[in-house]
Design a protein around this ligand. Structure first.
Ligand code: ZN
Ligand code: ZN
Length: 138
């Protein structure tokens, strides 16, 4: 866990995160791939997040449980935020100096298209496993 700062491409939005888990996750779902053009590589940032330049942050509700935020000036993807818990997941690329980065989990592994694959050894969850997990957690 380490404290980190980042900003969007244009600098209008600055983000400070108190604790980041360097074991990042990859999401292959179609929503993530539509949003970013590729799988979403995310670090878990919890709720101790401060954002400067909020008026340049637009949030899009991409599902009933979470929203995605981006800079209205330069389009940089800033976060995926869970409504219920207020926890943030942020693109790993925002924090290039994080120590100990390691691909830990691939979500929606059954949605991964055939035109890429990673050689990293990771945990995986399929759509059915994720649905079952959330059904039991809620
Ligand atoms: Zn920006
Ligand atoms: Zn996704």
């Amino acid at each position: 866990m380490s404290h980190s700062e980042s900003n969007c491409l244009c600098g209008a939005v600055k983000i400070t995160v108190q604790q980041i888990n360097p074991k990042f996750t990859v999401c292959h779902c179609q929503t993530c791939r539509t949003w970013g053009g590729a799988p979403f590589f995310a670090v878990k940032c919890g709720t101790k997040v401060s954002i400067e330049g909020n008026k340049k942050v637009k949030m899009y509700e991409s599902s009933s449980w979470a929203s995605r935020g981006f800079c209205t000036e330069c389009g940089t993807h800033l976060f995926y935020k869970f409504k219920e818990s207020g926890e943030y997941n942020m693109p790993v690329g925002l924090f290039p100096n994080l120590k100990g980065l390691e691909m830990d989990m691939q979500y929606f592994s059954d949605m991964r298209p055939s035109y890429y694959c990673f050689s990293n050894e990771t945990k995986e969850m399929t759509t059915a496993e994720i649905m079952a997990y959330f059904a039991s957690a809620m």
